[in-house]
Design a protein around this ligand. Structure first.
Ligand SMILES: O=C(O)CCC(=O)C(=O)O
Length: 245
């Protein structure tokens, strides 16, 4: 599913561009469904994150969030079953993986900046990685619309950004941006230093994070708690395994 060069690139740099895995029609379908959900959930959008013990910052001023997309439409099944994505996650975490959460994040105009961070409490310089993300671009990511920043190779650092930088809000000299057309998917090792940037345009910058963990970890969203009969009927044994339901 991944070439040797792709696996090596991911291992060395902590991220990998998997290319455009969604067609323009799929991107539109997904965006239409997300807009519908934002409308119907209103103030409650992202509420499942607040119910989780395993999310440190359930609310983010300046970003729209939706959570538990697993149970909000068939259109989201691909986000945790795509073979190239699973191969990328397995290249980082090993074979024993499961979905931790499937969430929407849109950086609002004028907002979206985050300090550089990792999604784990400490550095795991030895390479026993615990968590790995895939970010699905639902708009073209450009230098000005809040594209994600990553500091390549820092998944191997023994320091976290808070420890290594005077101010992790600052631009890092080695940081790169995820710049690619809508429909593209990037794997990033969640132990690599990364963060959102300010969206300087007047339109939302939309994405879905399909976030995985090793099998012994608790999930950010307890999939057993939220799983619906409709999802169970649809996703087959492989889907159930990935969700751990
Ligand atoms: O959406 C992005 O650009 C990155 C978001 C992120 O790193 C986070 O929410 O922890």
């Amino acid at each position: 599913m991944l070439t040797t060069e792709e696996i090596e690139f991911l291992e060395t740099n902590g991220y990998l561009n998997l290319g455009q895995l969604l067609s323009p029609e799929q991107v539109k379908q997904v965006n239409d469904r997300l807009a519908e959900l934002m409308e119907t959930e209103g103030e409650n959008a992202g509420a499942e994150l607040a119910e989780s013990k395993y999310i440190r910052h359930p609310k983010e001023e300046g970003a729209d969030r939706l959570a538990d997309l697993v149970n909000k439409g068939e259109v989201f099944d691909v986000f945790y079953t795509h073979p190239r994505v699973l191969a990328g996650i397995e290249a980082v975490l090993g074979q024993e993986i499961k979905l931790s959460s499937l969430n929407y994040r849109a950086a609002k105009p004028g907002k979206g900046h985050q300090k550089l961070h990792v999604d784990w409490r400490n550095s795991v310089a030895g390479g026993a990685y615990k968590v790995c993300n895939s970010i699905w671009l639902l708009d073209d990511f450009t230098p000005s619309n809040g594209s994600t920043r990553i500091v390549p190779k820092t998944h191997k650092s023994s320091l976290l950004p808070d420890e290594a930088m005077t101010d992790p809000n600052d631009k890092h000299p080695d940081e790169i941006r995820i710049i690619a057309p809508a429909g593209s998917v990037f794997i990033f090792n969640s132990h690599v230093w990364h963060g959102g940037t300010t969206n300087q345009t007047n339109q939302d910058r939309r994405s879905i994070h399909s976030y995985f963990c090793t099998r012994e970890q608790p999930q950010q969203i307890d999939q057993k708690k939220y799983i619906t009969e409709a999802t169970l009927q649809r996703i087959g044994e492989k889907g159930k395994y990935i969700l751990d339901v």
